[in-house]
Design a protein around this ligand. Sequence first.
Ligand SMILES: *[C@@H]1O[C@H](CO)[C@@H](O)[C@H](O)[C@H]1NC(C)=O
Ligand SMILES: *[C@@H]1O[C@H](CO)[C@@H](O)[C@H](O)[C@H]1NC(C)=O
Ligand SMILES: *[C@@H]1O[C@H](CO)[C@@H](O)[C@H](O)[C@H]1NC(C)=O
Length: 352
Amino acid sequence: MSGEDPLRSVLLIGGAGFLGLHLIQQFYHHKPNTKIHVFDIRPLPEKLSKYFTFDREQVEFHQGDLTKEEDILKAIERSKCDVIIHSASPIHGMGQAIYEKVNVVGTKTLIKVAKQAQVKALVYTSSAGVIFNGQDVMNGNETWPYPEVHMDGYNETKAIAETAVMESNSSDFKTVCLRPAGIFGPGDRQLVPGLRAAAKLGQSKFQVGDNNNLFDWTYVGNVADSHILAADKILDAKTSSEVEGQTFFITNDCPTYFWTLARTVWKADGHIVDRNIVLSRPVALVAGYLSQFFSNLLNKEAGLTPFRVRVTCAYRYHDITRAKEILGYEPAVDLETGIKHTLDWIYETHED
Ligand SMILES: *[C@@H]1O[C@H](CO)[C@@H](O)[C@H](O)[C@H]1NC(C)=O
Ligand SMILES: *[C@@H]1O[C@H](CO)[C@@H](O)[C@H](O)[C@H]1NC(C)=O
Ligand SMILES: *[C@@H]1O[C@H](CO)[C@@H](O)[C@H](O)[C@H]1NC(C)=O
């Protein structure tokens, strides 16, 4: 036995982002022999929350644009990486052009350059949303096909990128896609901040749908762990055949009613509502259409839209047996602790 870790160097694409910083954190503490390289368009944040305890001197940063071949090539050559982890993705609510550019063009450019530069493997952060089209997903697993029509441009472009990653899998360039559902945690700029903004607007008393629909949420540190496992397994000749060319759902393995997480956040913020106003799905849909219609008329952003109603009323939970059995994944941080960390981080950084 040589004892040497085959994962000597990793290149984290999008490593300055929300998940990216947690990838650095987990690699730093759990893979001390792996040199960490970060490629991102923006630098690492000046100030890091107490949730990040890595030594930034140990992280080598490469600034560049994912859609520029020469930028990627330079980072690959300098890092001499064994594996690339690609978790760069624009946040939700951006325009279609940005999704196309980063998710589709960026991912395809990365694949092309990485293959030419003979990188051994690629781990891609996809999304559980690639199989979602507004219909219920109950215990969804990896055999589920992509829907013909996606709900939105974000998930549609993620599915296109995922397909490109899968199709590029070969013996010289092994690829795997991870599909986390509902990522949240310290550094989150979407889910929890969005809930707090809704509460400020007095929307926390409304419940859309009957709250019987189960939802998957995933603590960001657990998502990072799954990436380390996938990178290790795909490089290891003993395990790679089970991982290469495959997709894996990643969740906290703890489906929760949609409004439960929202209310936990609101409660921690002191927004306690004694009586919820429940809008049933059909009523909410009509309200959503009306709200969208009048908002368009007034050139304003609608608070309630048919899209949001469908998203909040659908069941969306997944079966992660394969991730557990093949990757050896277990969510180390449970939902309650994850929410605690998130609220704690919000208070620490005074974000509101
Ligand atoms: C994409 O899919 C996810 C998971 O199903 C969902 O939460 C999200 O609202 C969808 N749309 C966007 C813009 O992310
Ligand atoms: C995957 O999902 C399909 C459709 O729900 C189901 O028929 C099948 O048994 C599931 N596979 C496993 C291994 O659970
Ligand atoms: C991925 O590539 C490897 C090596 O060529 C191959 O053995 C494996 O079957 C491929 N995976 C899929 C799902 O095609």
